[in-house]
Design a protein around this ligand. Structure first.
Ligand SMILES: [Zn+2]
Ligand SMILES: [Zn+2]
Length: 255
């Protein structure tokens, strides 16, 4: 998935007060968090992300006296990447003397309230890192602000992810495919149940390697296959496809 960039114009950034220092390359990127209270409401409301990014810029310019927001890029829970100083420009957020070594990428995660980085934030941070490698000569390193500087940043959960090597969630380059949602009725026998939902479940069972007819009829054979599958997955072996069994049919690894 391509990076979903929010330009400075789109988020209403103030103009920087001066010229940035230039960078042609760095050893990599340092990951930061917002710290403090971040309302969990931002997850459901992207307008709050925009407001938060603007307030961070105000704090950096008016509180710290910096010429602009200190980060290279800022990432919100909607996998959107806000332009900060951008590639090839010296950031200010890593600490004095530490800014030419690494670009600075912020995840909008707090130390209270919204504290657990979601998969979309982690994907967004990696989208930002790839963008800085591509456009700004960033090297392979992904580190935390606290590496080489006395701070809690980027907080426990984000730092633990950095220490694990900053993997893409789900192991792939994109989030897992969504699967058909539970039809809302339990598939069971007797009597024989008929329907497209039965066919959908049977097709997935076949994909998983079960010897089952994809005929849209939930009878004895479907029930027996269901029961065996439930035993294999440690589910209660009722022979009926309830919500948990339906989800397991897509989500459990094939063994
Ligand atoms: Zn930081
Ligand atoms: Zn957002």
């Amino acid at each position: 998935m391509a990076i979903d960039l929010v330009t400075r114009r789109e988020w209403g950034a103030r103009q920087p007060r001066g010229a940035y220092g230039r960078l042609s390359s760095t050893r990599g990127v340092k990951v930061h968090y917002t710290g403090g209270q971040v309302s969990p409401d931002i997850v459901g409301d992207h307008a709050r992300c925009v407001a938060l990014v603007r307030s961070i810029q105000n704090h950096h310019m008016d509180g710290n006296g910096w010429l602009d927001v200190g980060y290279s890029l800022l990432v919100c829970p909607h996998r959107k990447v806000f332009e900060g100083r951008g590639p090839n420009h010296l950031p200010a957020a890593n600490g004095s003397g530490l800014n030419s070594g690494h670009y600075a990428v912020l995840g909008l995660v707090g130390s209270t309230g919204f504290t657990q980085p979601t998969d979309d934030i982690l994907h967004g941070i990696l989208d930002a890192v790839e963008y800085l490698r591509d456009k700004g000569g960033a090297g392979d390193e992904i580190k935390g602000h606290r590496d080489g500087y006395s701070t809690d940043c980027p907080g426990g959960p984000l730092y633990a992810w950095v220490k694990r090597g900053a993997p893409r969630p789900g192991g792939g380059t994109n989030p897992p495919e969504p699967h058909p949602s539970f039809p809302g009725r339990v598939l069971k026998y007797p009597p024989v149940m008929v329907g497209e939902d039965v066919r959908t479940w049977q097709r997935q069972m076949r994909t998983r390697g079960w010897d089952i007819d994809v005929d849209g009829l939930y009878g004895e054979a479907s029930r027996d296959a269901c029961r065996a599958f439930q035993r294999e997955k440690g589910l209660s072996a009722t022979g009926a496809v309830n919500r948990a069994t339906w989800q397991a049919t897509w989500e459990e690894p094939v063994t």
